[in-house]
Design a protein around this ligand. Structure first.
Ligand SMILES: [Zn+2]
Length: 306
């Protein structure tokens, strides 16, 4: 599943290749990929002749800003990919949505397992949650107002935590967020409301680099531990971006090519292989139904098992 570095790679590719391009027409081949607006024909209609101003990322979504201020969000989920196909490229049976660009190229949303979702929204801040207007009246009126209010992009990301690579995400801020949390570190790192964009690969990598056991309780960390964790989370994500992401299954950049970070990982999916620091075989356990890899020597177990 694409995490922050993989989605960031796709967003940077698209910024380079499709910023400034105009969407001539949209073909929706799998209706459920379209989250908003409904029906999908409306989505296609509203995008006709829209110009792409710039492409960025928030959490694990690609965010396509249109010149008129509207925003398209693409959550890749398990197997989604956004690929720029030059004119005359053979069709892709897994393309669920095809954006025909005015210059003859196609921006293809490819998704084998079809879990990804695309939405088109009114613009707004991606990080600040706009308060919903309070509406009196009957249930039906309130429901209608609620639906109308849910149209902005800020609501898409309302439940997401801070961006770990943002300037404002300091070690002090992480310490503040960890305080009073008894959850296990691995669980907390995967919680998108705690911190946005980290998934199974980069959580394991960050904890190994910080020498912290995945089952440590968040509020058991000493100040030094927090600083190491902060540094580690950011460095594994930056390394992931530098290597254009990690490909284990379907992930590819917008050029259709896999990333190179999978070969650079230290513990993830290295069960039984020697720890790169101390040589102890890497161990795999299950935490919250997710495979978790760590070095039992470098990452000592918490004194009171959680
Ligand atoms: Zn080790």
């Amino acid at each position: 599943m694409p995490e922050l570095p993989e989605v960031e790679t796709v967003a940077r590719d698209l910024q380079r290749w499709v910023a400034g391009a105009t969407i001539r027409d949209v073909e929706v081949r799998w209706d459920r990929t379209i989250r908003h607006p409904q029906p999908p024909e409306q989505f296609a209609l509203e995008l006709r002749d829209a110009r792409i101003a710039r492409v960025g990322r928030r959490a694990k979504s690609v965010v396509i800003h249109l010149a008129d201020g509207r925003v398209m969000t693409v959550a890749l989920r398990m197997t989604g990919a956004l690929i720029v196909a030059p004119a005359e490229t053979p069709d892709d049976p897994y393309a669920r949505v095809v954006f025909h660009l005015a210059d003859g190229r196609q921006l293809r949303y490819r998704d084998v397992r079809k879990f990804g979702r695309i939405g088109l929204w009114e613009g707004g801040a991606l990080t600040v949650h706009r308060r919903r207007p309070r509406v009196a009246g009957r249930v039906a009126e309130r429901a209608a107002a609620y639906r109308a209010a849910a149209y902005r992009v800020s609501d898409v990301f309302a439940r997401h935590g801070p961006e770990p690579l943002a300037h404002g995400f300091s070690s002090a801020r992480l310490a503040q967020r960890l305080r009073g949390r008894s959850a296990r570190l691995k669980t907390l790192l995967l919680d998108q409301s705690f911190i946005a964009g980290v998934g199974n690969i980069y959580a394991d990598e960050a904890l190994w680099r910080a020498r912290l056991h995945p089952l440590r309780a968040a509020d058991s960390l000493a100040p030094d531990d927090v600083r190491r964790l902060h540094r580690s989370v950011r460095s594994v994500l930056r390394q992931g971006i530098a290597n254009r992401g990690a490909s284990f299954a379907d992930y590819v950049g917008a050029d259709g090519e896999p990333g190179e970070n999978a070969e650079q990982l230290s513990v993830y999916r290295r069960t039984g292989e020697p720890c790169l620091r101390c040589g102890t075989p890497v161990v795999r356990i299950i935490v919250g139904q997710r495979s978790t890899h760590f070095c039992p020597r470098c990452q000592p177990a918490p004194e009171q098992p959680a």
